[in-house]
Design a protein around this ligand. Sequence first.
Ligand SMILES: Cc1ncc(COP(=O)(O)O)c(C=O)c1O
Length: 369
Amino acid sequence: MDTPYYLIDENRLVENLKKIQTLREKSGTRSVLALKCFSTWTVFDTIRQYMDGTTSSSLYEAKLGYDTFGKEVHAYSVAFSKADIIQLKKYADKIIFNSVAQLKTFYPDVSHLDIGLRLNPQISYSDFDLANPARQYSRLGVIDIQDVWAVSHLIKGVMFHYNCENKDFENFSTLLDMISHTYGELLHQLEWVSLGGGISFTQEDYPLEHFSTKLTAFSTHFNIQVYLEPGEAVIANTTTLVTTVLDIVHNERDIAIIDSSIEAHTLDLLTYQEQAKITGDRHGAHCYQIAGNSCLAGDIFGECCFNVPLRVGDRIIIEDVGGYTMVKTNWFNGVKMPSIVIKRRNGDMNIVKTSGYIDFKNHLSSVSD
Ligand SMILES: Cc1ncc(COP(=O)(O)O)c(C=O)c1O
């Protein structure tokens, strides 16, 4: 198969999904897939069997959820336009506004739907300020509880998204207690609450039992339907980027150049300055910097030491690149776009997306040949 390509392993996906299903069965918590993280809809037939619907960040994501996933369609945006709202009415079951002003402006258009408001609890877990929803001057959600009370008769639910890659159950538990304490009176009056995404509850060592018990207690106490909006937890450890070494150059060290670009194909790693996980023995004697084929000087995936020297034509596999990658790909430098391949549960390999020169050409101006 021609490289580069993203390879999604459905068996691994199902391992994550089974944990989500267990949580659903044990605690009654519903989970909606965060499309901002993963929108490769050809695997939605599988995901749909284990999840309750989708959540979105824009009109187009909401429409995609409606068209390709079905079940519940939650629509949130940092700011909707009037045109968005008119369209959304056709697709969304729940509309979650980011501000009281937007809620008041559009309520007359959508009062027949299930309306929610995003709150900013001013507490969060995130290793990155860039992704911290409670960072200073955050525009994400309503802060003043008095403002919320003034419109509480218009809403059936609220959404808190306050975690980012939170692997620490004790921390999750403490933050949830703080939310219960601050918003308890409001939660008692509502039908549903979404605790957002950013919780790494499908990781191997995460205490899923405790998580489930905590959510059950929370839901029972407030007599409220709890939702989660996992993105990364659904797709973690399911997807690799398969590439080929095109050249090996030397500048004080050996540098292997692959047929992919961190800027174009795994942008999240660059944004958060994280090293790519590269398949291979890191303790071998033959060490290389693995670099991309764009002109960006810092287009570097990471370091890797192999047991045998690399040669042009060898495969380099970047691990765990399912979330926030395919949704962020771009045509920088006109670098060849990775295909998308699904390894189905029966072992079949399906190429579900290929891109070529015409896609590149039409990306910025649509003129037919
Ligand atoms: C509102 C909201 N919900 C859900 C998510 C999904 O988070 P994750 O992919 O980390 O689970 C995000 C991520 O930014 C978000 O902003």
